[in-house]
Structure formats: C-alpha cells, structure tokens
Design a protein around this ligand. Structure first.
Ligand SMILES: Nc1ncnc2c1ncn2[C@@H]1O[C@H](COP(=O)(O)OP(=O)(O)OP(=O)(O)O)[C@@H](O)[C@H]1O
Ligand SMILES: [Mg+2]
Length: 347
C-alpha cells in the first residue's frame, strides 16, 4: 500500500517511495508530488525520538527557521514546505540524487579538480550562511549532499540544519567578520573529526564552521577513512575523515597544543595547502572568515591544484603499479606450472 503524506494547509499530497537515509532525529524518504510532477525528499522528525511533542515542535522549528533564512542559494538544500502530520513533523526539501559527500568521495578515485570545485561551492555556501546570521555547527561529509546540474555535473548542497544557531541579524560581507565574531555560542555541538577544538571549552564563534570546512577539505584531499558501526547491528560503514593516528585534528591540537599541518607530500599547490592549514588553526582568531576564504579560493584555477609535478608523479606511480601487477601475474603463472609439474611427477 502506498503511504501518502498530505499537507492539509496547502492540499499537496506526497506519495512516499523509498527511504533515503536516517539519522538521530528521524527518517528521510523520497516522495512524489503528482501536481508538480517532481520528486522531493521528506525528512520526518518522529515524536518517539523526543521527550515530548512540545520538544519535537521546538526542535523542528529550529531547523525550519534556519532553512527558511538560507533559502535560494545554489549550495544550500532548499526547503519547499513543512507541515505536522499527527506525531510527525515533515520537512519537504529538494531531492539530492547523488547521495552524501562522504559516499561520493569514497566511491570515486581521487580527483583534485572536482575537489577544488566542491571547495569553492562549500565556501560560497558557508559565506552565505554566515551572511544570513546562521552558524551550521555540524558541517561534515555526511551532512553535505550531492545534486546534479543541467550539465550533469555534481553540485554540493549543505543540509541538516538540526544543530544550527540562528541569529536575528544578517551580516553584510564586508562588515561580516567584525559583527558576527562577537556572537559567542556555548552549546558544545558537532561531530568528532570535524568539530573545532574550542567547542569543547563551550566558548566559540562562527569560526567553528570554518574549522569543520578545513577538516572536510583535508579529508577530501587525503581520502583517509575509518570504519564505524551503523544503527544496524553488525553492519559497519566507511567514514571519510582526517586524523593523526587515532586522534582527531581537534584532539591532536588540544593535546599537543599546536596547529595541524597537511602532509607536505600531498603534492598540491603550496598556496592551497597554506590556505587549508589556516582553516585548521587551533586559535580561531587566526582562521579566515568564510567570505575571505571564498575570495581566496575563487582565485584558484584547476591548474593550481593539479600541478604538472603532481600529475607526473601520479602517472609514474600508476606505471610502477602496472609493472608490479604484470610481474606478479608472471610469478603466479610460473608457480602454477611448477605445482602442476610436481603433481605429475608424484603421480
Ligand atoms: N534532501 C535530501 N535529498 C536526498 N537525501 C537526503 C536529503 N536529506 C537527507 N537525506 C539523507 O538522509 C540522511 C539523514 O538526513 P539528516 O542528516 O538531515 O538527518 P538527521 O536525523 O539530522 O541526521 P543526523 O542527526 O544523524 O546527522 C542523509 O545523510 C542523507 O542520506
Ligand atoms: Mg545528518
């Protein structure tokens, strides 16, 4: 039987299709609206995940307020409408067909040109959020989704505003830094590996988002991963991260009281390495603002990331790998012949 979610206010009905994902607060489904003949993503926040209906409403409204304030940016997921359905709160959002940034990066081979495009789009998205007075507070590859543009190219969309802090004001880009930097937050939120060190001392600003961006960019470039448990017993999944052994970047910076630096043999443009390192500074005053970051990264071209030397090294590694594979096959063939010969002589 097809499940239908209807918004009694507008009369729009959505036929629920498959489940797209689930998180701490609820589930997300693909849904078909036959009036607009469009598929949407419906995030349902469930009463059972909250202490009371009042708490559910207040948490849902926090996410909705943030989404309403940041509507209509190419790199932020767009909220179409929202409604209450019994003990559920439904948020109807644009559908992102390419899954999460986490899976997108892990399922493809390293591609520094796409990485730079995503970095530009994310910097633009976060600059817009901060301009609108919204601090996301949980930026991570699982909360960044991929949709495709008219040319079929992947475009990143910042999503999941469940932990966002919304300030009443908006901040114009040139004056942004001075004004928004005075807005302090005290609730420790975020996700290990992407969480800024200062959030652990309950006194931080919008620059916590900049640290998270730095950790996301570094993770994309390095493609390090760890395995984590999922909500299904016995099922694990890969998580794209940046870490130093067992330590997250924030833990490393707090423990050793020093800044994290990207490995020198990353073979990307030194200017980009410097910029990425500046996002991960332990002292948040030393990190650039999102608008500053957007200006710096917009100036960089594909050529800047994929330098000739990096391409040459990658080619040589590939050739060496191929030689090794051929050698290995030859060795295996020889071993098989030897085994057959031994079998024959024993018989
Ligand atoms: N607009 C969308 N289009 C496609 N898939 C989506 C969309 N929104 C969410 N999803 C999927 O649902 C998953 C959970 O969504 P979301 O992160 O918003 O939920 P959550 O309950 O706040 O999760 P958590 O608290 O664990 O981060 C996402 O990781 C993604 O796979
Ligand atoms: Mg999430």
């Amino acid at each position: 039987m097809i499940k239908i979610f209807s918004n009694m206010g507008t009369g729009t009905s959505y036929a629920i299709q498959n489940k797209l994902g689930e998180g701490m607060c609820g589930e997300v489904y693909k849904a078909w609206d036959k009036n607009s003949r469009t598929s949407w993503a419906i995030k349902t926040l469930k009463r059972s995940n909250f202490n009371s209906l009042k708490e559910l409403k207040s948490e849902a409204m926090k996410e909705i307020d943030a989404l309403l304030k940041v509507k209509h940016h190419e790199n932020v997921v767009n909220l179409k409408e929202y409604f209450q359905k019994g003990k559920h709160f439904c948020l109807v959002m644009e559908l992102c067909r390419g899954g999460t940034l986490n899976d997108f990066i892990l399922q493809r081979s390293k591609d520094s040109v796409t990485n730079l495009r995503f970095m530009k789009q994310l910097s633009s998205g976060v600059a817009f959020l901060h301009e609108q007075g919204v601090v996301h507070r949980d930026l991570k590859p699982d909360n960044i989704l991929i949709e495709f543009n008219n040319l079929g190219e992947p475009v990143v969309k910042i999503s999941d505003f469940g932990l966002a802090k919304v300030f009443l004001e908006t901040f114009n880009p040139s004056a942004q830094e001075k004004c928004i930097s005075r807005k302090y937050m005290r609730t420790c939120c975020g996700t290990p590996f992407f969480q800024a060190p200062e959030t652990q001392s309950f006194h931080y600003t919008h620059k916590a988002d900049i640290f998270s961006l730095g950790a996301i960019f570094a993770a994309m470039m390095l493609k390090q991963k760890v395995q984590i448990n999922t909500s299904q017993v016995g099922v694990k999944r890969d998580l794209l991260v940046v870490c130093m052994g067992n330590l997250t970047v924030a833990d490393y910076e707090i423990f050793f009281n020093m800044d994290y630096h990207l490995p020198a043999d990353l073979w990307i443009n030194p200017q980009l390495t410097l910029l990425l390192n500046s996002l991960l500074r332990k002292d948040y005053h030393e990190r650039p603002g999102a608008y500053q970051l957007q200006c710096a990264i917009d100036k960089m071209s594909d050529k800047d990331v994929e330098t000739d030397i990096w391409r040459e090294i990658a080619r040589k590694i590939e050739e060496a790998d191929e030689r090794m594979i051929k050698k290995d096959r030859k060795r295996q063939r020889k071993q098989r012949r030897l085994n057959n010969w031994k079998k024959c002589t024993i018989l």
